[in-house]
Every structure is written in C-alpha cells, then in structure tokens.
Design a binder for this molecule. Structure first.
Ligand SMILES: Nc1ncnc2c1ncn2[C@@H]1O[C@H](COP(=O)(O)OP(=O)(O)O)[C@@H](O)[C@H]1O
Ligand SMILES: [Mg+2]
Length: 258
C-alpha cells in the first residue's frame, strides 16, 4: 500500500516561454509535518507555491490533496479545501487596526462558506474571535493599533493571524522570517511552532537555523528540480546540497554554531 500524503505533486512542471522554472517535481508532504522548501535564489520555490495555490497553471504534472487531484481547481476552491497561503508581501490594510484586519479575514471566510446569515457572524462574535486570533499570535495589545504603526515583525505576525482566520488545514508560508532581526525571528519560530499544532505547514525559508529548529522534513530545490530530501540532519550532510545551496563554507559555519 502506498502512503497517502496530504499534499503531493507528481511531475509538476512550469515553463515560461521555453525556460523550465519547475522541472518534474515530486513533492510529498505528510499530514502534521512542518515541511520546508529550500534552495538558492531562482530555484523555483515561489513558482512551486504559485502552482500549489493556483496563481499559475502548470505546464505539466499533477497536484493532489489527500489523494485527490486538484490540479485544475481554482484558487478559491482550494482555499475552501483548507489550503491557504500567507503572503510574503504584506496583505494587510495599513489604515485599519490589527483587529479590523483580522475581522475582514474572518468575514471573508464566512462569505466563502455561505454562513453569513448565522448568528455567529454578528459583530460581537467576530470581534471576540478576532481578538482570540490576535492573542494566539501574541498581538493582543496591538488590537487597536493602526497596522501602519506596527513594527515590521508584528505585521508579519498579523499576516499569520489573518491566515489562521481562514482555518487552514495546510498553511503555506513563503519566507515568513524574511527581513527580520534575530528577536523577531525567534518570535516567529515560536509562533509557527504554536500554530502548526493540529495542522500541516509548508514553508519556503532561507534561514537554515529556522529550518533546523522547526522542520520535520526538507525538500531542496535547485534549478527547478528536487536535489535532495530528508530531515535536516540528512539534507545538511548531503554533499550536493552543501555544494549547490549552502556552499561548503556556510555549511561548516552552520555546523560550528550548532
Ligand atoms: N512569470 C515569470 N516569467 C518568466 N520567468 C519567471 C517567472 N516567474 C519566475 N520566473 C523565473 O523562474 C525561476 C524561478 O523563480 P522563483 O520561483 O521565483 O525562484 P525562488 O523563489 O526559488 O527564488 C527564476 O529564474 C525566475 O526568473
Ligand atoms: Mg522566492
């Protein structure tokens, strides 16, 4: 019997005018895992995310969710299945407070699930739920702060809260620690650990220390293809990975500081 993965790609390929950005990728994400997609710039990580979340149609190949093909589904349909992406570029509205941003996300969720007439969608209920989500990401004290006035790291945490509002089964995070200082990185690592309970996370991440601390499984992409796969131990020892991605110096440093 073959194992059923929550998210799987088979022969996933994307060509841009003859240039193959994603080349025959077989990705298998196990339910409950925090799975990292790593690789040098231009490896095809963001393109894989765009294919998984239907921002781009694949040239070839198949995407499966719990064993069922979802290759031809639309973005809103897969979001309804629970496959939700948090954006790298701030998707929150600057002129609204943190609480209002989460409330908008909650209302969007209600809108797509057609329960808007239910009493749970009352403003009080939405506010209470929004506060709960803010609290989950450590932003309770920012509830009434305008988003533009929040520090960068806290804005990224707010994006996680707005993603949680959509009740994802699989959360896709594209470089959640990008541009963050060490203190914010630690906070986001703790946050991802917390919100990953009871769900699956697939994340693109450059920071290898974050990957080593959080991830159960790692897929290394290089030039559109899967170069290696395994846990951090296995992947970081792989000579091809050290050569292509970490560079032997960076890998040595990583080891020395571990
Ligand atoms: N819309 C596009 N049109 C043409 N080429 C693209 C497009 N999107 C990405 N690419 C190319 O595909 C390759 C992979 O890009 P990307 O998926 O963004 O890599 P990564 O996220 O790993 O840095 C790069 O060479 C990039 O220039
Ligand atoms: Mg990218």
């Amino acid at each position: 019997m073959t194992q059923e993965f929550i998210l799987e790609t088979r022969g996933l390929t994307k060509e841009f005018r003859g240039f193959t950005a994603v080349d025959d990728v077989n990705l298998q994400v196990q339910e409950g895992h925090i799975h990292a997609l790593i690789g040098p710039n231009g490896a095809g990580k963001t393109t894989v995310f765009n294919l998984l979340t239907k921002f781009l149609p694949p040239t070839r190949g198949e995407i499966r969710y719990r064993g069922k093909p979802i290759t031809r589904m639309k973005a809103n349909e897969i979001a309804r299945l629970g496959l939700v992406r948090s954006f790298q570029i701030s998707a929150v509205f600057g002129h609204m407070t943190a609480l209002e941003n989460v409330r908008v996300a909650l209302q969007r969720k209600l809108g797509t699930s057609f329960h808007f007439w239910k009493p749970e969608s009352s403003l009080d209920h939405l506010n209470a739920r929004a506060l709960e989500l803010l609290d989950q990401v450590g932003l309770a004290e920012y509830a009434d702060v305008l988003t533009v006035e929040m520090p960068y790291g806290r804005k990224r945490a707010l994006e996680v809260a707005t993603t949680l509002a959509l009740e994802p089964t699989v959360m896709l995070l594209d470089e959640p620690t990008q541009g963050m200082g060490a203190e914010d990185v630690d906070r986001i690592v703790e946050l991802i650990r917390r919100v990953s309970k009871g769900r699956t996370v697939l994340m693109v991440e450059h920071n290898l220390s974050v990957v080593s601390r959080l991830c159960d499984r790692i897929t290394v992409l290089a030039r559109g293809s899967v170069l290696a796969e395994g846990d951090y131990q296995a992947v970081s020892k792989n000579p091809q990975v050290r050569e292509a991605y970490m560079g032997s110096d960076a890998a040595a440093e990583e080891e020395a500081s571990a």
